[in-house]
Design a protein around this ligand. Structure first.
Ligand code: MN
Length: 292
């Protein structure tokens, strides 16, 4: 199944060129915070028959007539793994691969409020003299939560996958600050459920800027693989349904500029086309010094 958020946190399933509404928008006190998808994921297995019934009988709308939103707008957390493909490590620094083999770098968090969706532009902050880079990543969406999840059972905890762009200001400041501007974590265009991905360790991903391929990789070349990422994250933190894990970038990161068009495409998962705009927000003296 391909499960989307649309038009004000309604939840629907993509069927061909249509979307079938499964959960209408919440109203009143239930409308905020927008945690409907977290609840939907949490209840998915027990509601599966009902969901399949609604698939046949729910209101059906042309996909082109709705506005898709980031599928999980209010997760408990967004976990992110650093550079996680052999070629990118070579690009960043020779000899780091052995450090990474056992996940030596660990992981970090991005603010959940940095999430944006397939219909939202990436807004560059009003920060001068810094490069702002794209990182092309596959997102894991956690289904069943847990702590100390063993590697061999980790894939049972995956609800699905999505495209994710990890945007970052290059520099030495704390990584969370450089990576957590609003719209610095586009995720979408929907969640493709794990049952549609026979082998998550063999998925091609690609990112283009203005049509030119900048990043092209396959999850077969991940250093810390998906089960080990889930085991590592859950060794520290309880994972909850709807939590998002950014699986780390392959080689080819590079700057984006105002006016660029960024395309991200992940085999069997989906694709997003995102315009890059420059906003007026984001100024702070912390960015005034040079990056290096
Ligand atoms: Mn990244």
């Amino acid at each position: 199944m391909k499960i989307a958020s649309f038009d004000g946190n309604r939840i629907g399933l993509i069927v061909g060129d249509d979307i079938v509404e499964i959960v209408p928008a919440a109203s009143g006190a239930a409308a905020w915070p927008p945690t409907g998808m977290v609840r939907f994921i949490s209840d998915f297995e027990e509601r599966r028959e009902e969901i399949e019934r609604l698939l046949a009988s729910g209101p059906r709308l042309p996909l082109a007539s709705v506005r898709l939103e980031t599928p999980v707008p209010w997760p408990n957390k967004v976990v992110a793994f650093p550079a996680n493909y052999h070629e990118h490590i070579a690009e960043m620094k020779d000899g780091l691969i052995s450090t990474f083999k056992n996940g030596g770098q660990g992981f970090f968090l991005k603010a959940s409020s940095s999430l944006s969706g397939p219909s939202d532009p990436i807004e560059l902050p009003a920060v001068d003299g810094r490069e702002i880079h794209h990182e092309c990543e596959m997102a894991i969406i956690i289904g069943k939560g847990g702590r100390d999840i063993p590697v061999e059972r980790a894939l049972d905890h995956v609800f699905g996958y999505a495209c994710l762009v990890d945007m970052v200001i290059r520099g030495k400041e704390e990584r969370v600050m450089r990576k957590s501007f609003d719209s610095f974590c586009p995720v979408g265009p929907w969640i493709t459920t794990a049952d549609e991905i026979a082998d998550p360790a063999n998925i091609a991903l690609e990112l283009r800027i203005n049509g030119e391929v900048r990043q092209s990789a396959n999850t077969a070349n991940l250093i810390v693989d998906i089960p080990n990422m889930i085991a590592m994250a859950s060794s520290v933190m309880t994972l909850y349904p709807g939590d998002i894990i950014a699986t780390g970038t392959p080689a080819g990161v590079g700057p984006v500029e105002e006016g660029d068009v960024l395309d991200i495409q992940i085999e069997k998962v989906g694709a997003m086309r995102l315009p890059v705009v420059r906003g007026a927000r984001g100024k702070n003296p912390v960015w005034d010094k040079p990056a290096a």
